[in-house]
Structures are given as C-alpha cells and as structure tokens.
Design a protein around this ligand. Structure first.
Ligand SMILES: Nc1ncnc2c1ncn2[C@@H]1O[C@H](COP(=O)(O)OP(=O)(O)O)[C@@H](O)[C@H]1O
Ligand SMILES: [Mg+2]
Length: 318
C-alpha cells in the first residue's frame, strides 16, 4: 500500500492543515471502454391488472442498455456523463465498478481488464448506502477493514478523510443523526479513504435540495483538486454536469450510446458566478438540446413498441 507522508501536490486549506498523514497522491486512473455493449435479460411480463404499468405482455428478451460505447478518461480528469433516465448511466458505472460484466467489448483501468469490484474503484450512489448501524468513522473505515490495513493506518485515514469532507466533529454520529448532505460527504469520504484510482459517482446529489446540492458541487470540486483523483460522475442534471466536469459526455437512449463528448472551456476555479458565465450558459443549452433531442427519439420509439405489442395508442381508444 503506497501512502505518502504528505498530501498531494496542490496546497489547499485541507491538505495544508493536515501535514503528515495526508492521502497519497493519486496514481494511475486511466480508464478505457472499448466497444462496450451491455444487454440485460428480461423475463416475460404477464398482462395483468389495470394500473400495473409493467404488465404490458412484453415477451422475454434482451434489454440493450448500452451499445458500442467507446470512452477514454485520463488520470486526474473529471468527466461527467449526462443522459436522460434509462440511457444507461448507472449501467456504465456498474460496469466500471466491476459489479456487472459487459456483453461485448472491454473495460480496462490502467491497461488491466476489470473483472470484479476492487478498492481502486470507489462507487458512491445517490443515497450513499451507508451502514445505518455504523458511525460516520466506522463507515469510512469499512473498505479499509476489507483490504486489511492495520488499526493505526485505518485510524489515520479515517481522521484524514473525515477532515477532508469537513466532518471530523461528526465522527461518532450514526447516519440517521446526519443531514442528507452530511451523509453524502461520509459516503464520498468512504470511497476516497481507499485511495482509489478512480471515484465513480452515480447521481450523488440527486436527493438533495438545491442549496445543499450547490454546496456539495463546490465541495466535490475542492476534493478533486485536493486529491488529484480521477472522477467519473453520471447525472441527468445538465447544469451539474457542465458545472463540475472538464468534459461532458452525452448518452442517448435505446440503446445507451455516446452521442457527444464536449470539452468544458471554463476556468478551473468555479464558483456560483460560473453559472452566469456566457460560456457556461452556451454549453448548458447545447447539452440540454442534445439530451432533449435524443430523449424525444426514445419516446417516439417507445410509443411504436407499445402499439406493436398489441396496445392501441392512447388517442385511438373510444
Ligand atoms: N437489472 C436490470 N435488468 C433489466 N434491465 C435493466 C436492469 N438495470 C437496468 N435495466 C435497463 O437498462 C436501461 C438502462 O438503465 P440504467 O443504466 O439504470 O439507466 P440510467 O441510470 O441512465 O437511468 C433501462 O432501459 C433499464 O430499464
Ligand atoms: Mg441511474
């Protein structure tokens, strides 16, 4: 396990104040998806009682969630993937996390194929999925116990990462005694504590109110600057993607595929004024149009599938 005595390169309030005992500078984190496809198996759905949206009589078969996805993320990059609901965002992150295997193509980290979950890839979900019976500190320690670090090293990392997310005074609180934003900070600290080569975030702020979400976005940019880690985040929120990312990758639906990969030409120092920057507004509009265009195509196809499956279009019912 490589752990440097000092924090990573950039001197920031968080890393400067910690002195010895800071995190290792991130190493590696070069992620590649080549020709990645993912089909889920869907069981046949019985035609059922009225009001059951699932009971449309659809036959068993493949659900193509992703098709022919090529994506490269370089070490230390912050890439946001944006797309409508159902465009395969979570599927893509689950593939990189090693929770599922692609039907075709390959996913590699630093040239090595991903064949299961591992501590080099920390995943944070929308709800954080903390263990409710563990304190904040014990949640952050969880992954460190799995990789067998000594008690002293665990304590050092837990203290460092709780301080990095501004929660050192909440170490002994249970998740139920924390706000939604604080719980997500613990989840991010838990992912960072393993010093992963890439942090994967699946709509991590989707359940938070607008003010908390904006605070968390600034916080995440700061953590990224402090740790130098590679970040791959998915969100349906275009504004969030443009505000956070150095690149925004747009997914279309049915099947999920990359339709645009756009650089975000904004200063590295982002704050609330960034949201009024003409370059920000122009890119946000461009990405919104792309997401909307590809979502419409999805709606139109879904309506045709509904008709073929034997249902009449809603307007035709008398
Ligand atoms: N476990 C699963 N079994 C069958 N289909 C799934 C499963 N998970 C996701 N899907 C389908 O795959 C597509 C992409 O889903 P997902 O990756 O969750 O999209 P997103 O995160 O963008 O909303 C959707 O059509 C969804 O219904
Ligand atoms: Mg999702």
């Amino acid at each position: 396990m490589t752990t440097a005595d000092t924090g990573p390169g950039q001197a920031t309030p968080a890393s400067a104040s910690a002195g010895a005992g800071g995190p290792a500078a991130a190493t590696g984190g070069s992620l590649r998806l080549r020709g990645v496809g993912m089909d889920y198996q869907r069981p046949a759905r019985r035609r059922g009682a009225r009001g059951d949206a699932e009971a449309d009589g659809a036959p068993a078969g493949h659900v193509p969630a992703l098709a022919d996805v090529d994506l490269a993320v370089e070490p230390g990059e912050f890439v946001c993937i944006v797309g409508a609901s159902g465009s395969g965002k979570s599927t893509l992150l689950r593939l990189v996390a090693g929770l599922i295997r692609p039907t075709s193509g390959e996913v590699t980290l630093d040239g090595v194929p991903i064949d299961g979950p591992g501590p080099q890839r920390g995943l944070v979900s929308q709800t954080g999925s903390l263990f409710p019976w563990r304190t904040a500190a014990a949640n952050v320690a969880f992954g460190l116990e799995l990789v067998g670090l000594s008690r002293a090293e665990r304590a050092r990392r837990v203290a460092w990462y709780l301080r990095e997310v501004g929660l050192e005074q909440f170490a002994d609180r249970l998740p139920g005694q924390l706000s939604g934003g604080q719980r997500q900070r613990v989840a991010i600290a838990r992912a960072l504590a393993c010093e992963p080569r890439v942090v994967l975030l699946d709509e991590p702020f989707g359940a938070l109110d607008v003010q908390t979400k904006e605070d968390m976005q600034l916080f995440l940019r700061q953590v990224w600057a402090d740790t130098g880690t590679t970040v791959l985040m998915v969100t349906h929120d275009v504004e969030e993607a443009v505000f956070l990312g150095q690149r925004v990758v747009v997914l279309a639906s049915d099947p999920g595929r990359v339709v645009a990969d756009l650089p975000v030409r904004l200063p590295a120092d982002r704050d609330h004024a960034t949201r009024r920057d003409p370059r920000f507004l122009a890119l946000r509009a461009e990405v919104e149009d792309l997401v909307r265009a590809h979502h419409r195509a999805h709606d139109a196809r879904a309506a045709m599938v509904g008709q073929r499956a034997g249902g009449q279009p809603a307007g035709a019912r008398q």
